[in-house]
Design a protein around this ligand. Sequence first.
Ligand code: ADP
Ligand code: MG
Length: 251
Amino acid sequence: MLEIKDLHASINGKEILKGINLTINKGEVHAIMGPNGSGKSTLASVLVGNPAYEVTKGSVTFLGQDLLSLKPEDRSHLGLFLSFQYPVEIPGVSMVNFMRTAVNEKLKYEGKEPLSASAFLRMMREKKELVQLDNKLANRAVNEGFSGGEKKRNEIFQMAMLDPKLSILDETDSGLDIDALRIVGEGVTKLRTPETSCVVITHYQRLLDYIKPDIVHVLYNGRIVKTAGPKLVLDLEKRGYDWIKEELGEL
Ligand code: ADP
Ligand code: MG
């Protein structure tokens, strides 16, 4: 699905990612954890093609294609989805219209016909139920005046509608209440299939009470310094990140 090799990336001339290696297979859920400032969000931004970051070395293959040479919108059409830590509000554009455009753009990229109005509404209804999105949210402008929990639910709804091959969920280090964590966790679990993969980036051990990752990585100072099974989450909860720095000989 995704293969990252020796990825280095900088912002404003400062190197943030210092050689990331990561392979994600079909059907897997990976968690990427790590202290603040270690480069987790940078990795997500580089993968979706945020132009603020410069890739200085390394390669990324997604579904057999050279991901880094693709435009951000083509990455999305190919099936890469990134949740936003700070979702944008789009006043005046209803969720319905926003999603209809997004879904039809993707179909066009795949060489398929756009959905008819009734087929689209049927799809909306089905996915809305799946993620328990309130009807009133679907009819409002995108994210306008949404609460934190509502934005999260909306994000999971967008994910359900776009049916991505690989979802990257970058969760903020602050401001996610228990409710929002549960919404994200349940959503990801419901949308999980043997054909799709997910990367959950989090600072919180708690989120992983709801999402059971297959593989857990610790990103520290621009590198993945530890990879293990789900038990690593418990170790981190108990011991924090300092023991990892100790192992690296930094303390
Ligand atoms: P994380 O998501 O793991 O908390 P980030 O990827 O957001 O970490 O940030 C990694 C590092 O990049 C931090 O040290 C941060 O200060 C730095 N950084 C982020 N944006 C910029 C920027 N625009 N200019 C310089 N440094 C930046
Ligand atoms: Mg971050």
